[in-house]
Write a protein that binds this ligand. Structure first.
Ligand SMILES: *Cc1c(COP(=O)(O)O)cnc(C)c1O
Length: 369
């Protein structure tokens, strides 16, 4: 009987244990724990990696969306367009910024924001759009960016699942006005605790972010705006500096494992994750679709294989968002996908043989139907 976990965070630690232990000891021994040299060094390295001028470390991905929107001027009375097929955090952050989330459907292939639905949802109150590069696959930025420009909308990319993903060779995060990243431990670039960052090409936006993350301070004890406490700590930044150096190799490994799944699952009655020709997909998740999703998940579990569903209930049908007023059936592609998606085991340090075992058990499931 196989034991194949959906994800194994300890494997990532063990792969770089000596480097991580050194970084942790250095940060702990320094006597400086919040917004110090480790954070500054990580911000500079991460901005350079993403090809933008500025990165600002914050406490989480949720805060990165919230502070990013506020730094772009979003507030009460504004509408912000995004998708319901995302982590609930994306939409929670829009409301935390005081704005009204307007949720649109996804394109049924990549399950990212459908630009035609975006165009149809724009009103005089629309201030910003938040495309989500879900599962590590970039949203259709070639269509979204011109629409946003035409209507004067700010673009905040939600890159929480897409560190290092590309569009025509350019890394996501540098395409819009600003971008939010999460460093939650399971993400492609994961800390050993919570963390996040906002990156931007605009120096004035970065300056507002630096104020917002620390009580709205312009200088110590002088608050220019109503801010937050949302800081990346030195320990996580030291860990992230180590992890960032391995991000491209880790993403390459995820792509190899995805290619292996593709090869082995070809021919089975499941829809495999597509990759747009312009896209560099970094496979935060490997998500298949099939009609017998629930039975398949149970079957895999009986064989000791962990799976997950990202996400089983779209945000517009969550109890906490009933006040937004969307009825079941209002976002058909989103709702159909929610019943059919299944995330298979995939993490950078997963052995090839796990793909082989999972694929074999999947084939066995369909053989028995
Ligand atoms: C993880 C995630 C977030 C939230 O990040 P946290 O660090 O958990 O706050 C936001 N958006 C998406 C798409 C995510 O996957």
């Amino acid at each position: 009987m196989s034991q194949i976990p959906f994800v194994d965070l300890k494997a990532a630690y063990e792969a770089h244990q000596a480097e991580l232990d050194t970084a942790v000891t250095r940060a702990v021994a320094s006597g400086w724990y919040i917004l110090g040299p480790e954070v500054a060094a990580f911000e500079a390295a991460f901005a350079a990696y993403c090809g933008v001028a500025q990165a600002v470390g914050v406490a989480s991905g949720t805060d990165a969306v919230l502070l990013g929107l506020r730094a772009l001027g979003v507030g009460p009375g504004d509408e912000v367009i995004s998708v319901a097929h995302t982590a609930v955090a994306t939409i929670a952050a829009i409301e935390l910024a005081g704005a009204k989330p307007v949720l649109v459907d996804v394109d049924p292939a990549t399950l990212t924001l459908d630009p035609a639905q975006l165009a149809a949802a724009i009103t005089s109150r629309t201030k910003a759009v938040v495309p989500v590069h879900l599962y590590g696959h970039p949203a259709d930025m070639a269509a979204i960016l011109p629409l946003a420009r035409q209507h004067g909308l700010a673009v905040l990319e939600d890159c929480a699942q897409a560190h290092g993903a590309t569009v025509n060779g350019q890394r996501v995060g540098g395409l819009g006005d600003a971008a939010a990243f999460s460093f939650y431990p399971t993400k492609n670039l994961g800390a050993l605790g919570d963390g996040g960052a906002v990156i931007t090409r605009h120096d004035d936006v970065a300056e507002r972010l630096r104020q917002l993350r620390q009580y709205g301070w312009r200088e110590r004890y002088i608050s220019d705006v109503a801010g937050y406490n949302s800081r990346l700590d030195e320990l996580q930044a030291a860990i992230l500096r180590v992890k960032l150096a391995h991000l491209d190799a880790d993403n390459g490994r995820r792509q190899q494992l995805a290619a292996r799944y593709h090869q082995q699952l070809a021919g089975l009655p499941v829809q495999l994750p597509p990759v747009r020709p312009s896209a560099g997909h970094v496979f935060h998740l490997y998500v298949i679709q099939c009609n017998q999703r629930d039975e398949l998940a149970v079957f895999l579990k009986e064989w000791g294989i962990g799976t997950a569903v990202h996400y089983p209930v779209p945000v517009h049908l969550q109890p906490a968002y009933a006040h937004l007023g969307y009825a079941p059936g209002s976002l058909p592609h989103t709702e159909r996908a929610a019943g059919r998606i299944l995330s298979l085991p995939l993490y950078a340090h997963m052995p090839d043989e796990h793909v082989d075992v999972v694929s074999g058990v999947l084939a066995e499931f369909f053989l028995r139907r």
